[in-house]
Ligand binder design. Sequence first.
Ligand SMILES: [Fe+2]
Ligand SMILES: [Fe+2]
Length: 456
Amino acid sequence: MGIPAKDYTKVNPDRMHDVTQNARKLSIFYTIEVELSRLIGSWVPRVSGMAEKLALSRILYEDADHANHIQIRLLELRLTEKRVDEFRQRTAPCFTTLEHVDDEVAFMAGLFRVVKPALLADYRRHIEACPPYVDEPSVRFLRQIIAEQEEHIGKGLSLLADRGITWADTAKMEAQLRDELWDLTASKGNLTDGSFVGKNPVSPPRPTWPNGVEQLPATADMPEYPGTYDGDMQRVVHDLVFSELEAAEIFALYVYEYHQCPWQFHWESARICWDEARHVELLLNVLERYGGHVGQFPAKAPGYEEFMHLQSPVERMIMVSVIAEGEVSTDTQTQHREAFRKMGDDLTAMLKDYEMADEIVHGQFGRRWAKSLAEQLDVDYDSAFKAARAALSKFKAQHPDAKGGSQIPLVRLGADEEGSKRTVNITAKKLLGYSDEEIDRLVKKSGGTTIEEKTV
Ligand SMILES: [Fe+2]
Ligand SMILES: [Fe+2]
């Protein structure tokens, strides 16, 4: 008696996977999802369109999440952690080609017209060969992956069509890329060992931003505030849009770079990238409600520039995730939320409160991973922390302050992160694991203004 097939439309109902076959093919999918995540991480700062950046940030998280599901299943199928780590150190040429191509349209076309459709076809073939009963744990998440990959392809193709890119425009590049795909039927998937996306990262010193946005270096003067209520609100929200955008771009680079970290780190980084992209979206909504638009003012990426400027992987992680996110941003978001509330804008205050919840998770991420990376690289955490704090202060001293006064509570907050305008969110700091002494020190430094959150 043959193996019972559940679905008689299967191409090869007799070719059910045994555990080894299943693990072998899933390991190829794992490499592909990891490489996709790194590749997309490298491109979030490099694509120019806002719609592309926001869509790619979500896709980045979902692909990183696919890799996470597959990793869990691979360990269940009796693979060792060491073997799984090795699967993150191999690639197919299509990925490194798309990493190094210098044309964003070629990247988008390659990703959505070649790589993802080929992956979708392989997932479908794989699921058709999953044995009944025993492999349902794989089938369950593979169905979700298939649905998300279909959505990614649809979204990507629509973005290309919106830009007026025809199917013929990228045909030659796509043909080359098709020759560089993996092969699910080959024993090791035709993957190259020892090479992978991000092995020698090529991140740009400044992100590429939408056409029509004048990007200034961090040290340049910004124009004065317009001086009217609407103008000042538009200006401050416009600044916030770009500070969230540069955060999404930095966390995308966390996925692209830092290959020495375990996948858990990249998976969490990808989620933060998507969080920041959603913060951009909420602020675009606020900007629109206040009558503003993207490109109305020049914009700067000081956080991104600082991140690229620092060489030590531990110091840059401390600077962004421990100081800027955990220590400062949990307070800044609280103050922004309260300012909107005072102005009677309850919708924005509610959106900001969600953002604050995200910031606590981002700060917890920073404290956990910066310490573990320091340990892994044998770096003294306290010295790295001091160096990061010093680098940040030095860089900040070069940033001119925004000019022009305003009586609007939100605008008045400015960038005064250390002084008397700072309100310390005690509840957030406790959730981040700060000791009472550390909290006291922060409160003293800020002149004693504090806030405690109501919990449910
Ligand atoms: Fe954010
Ligand atoms: Fe954040």
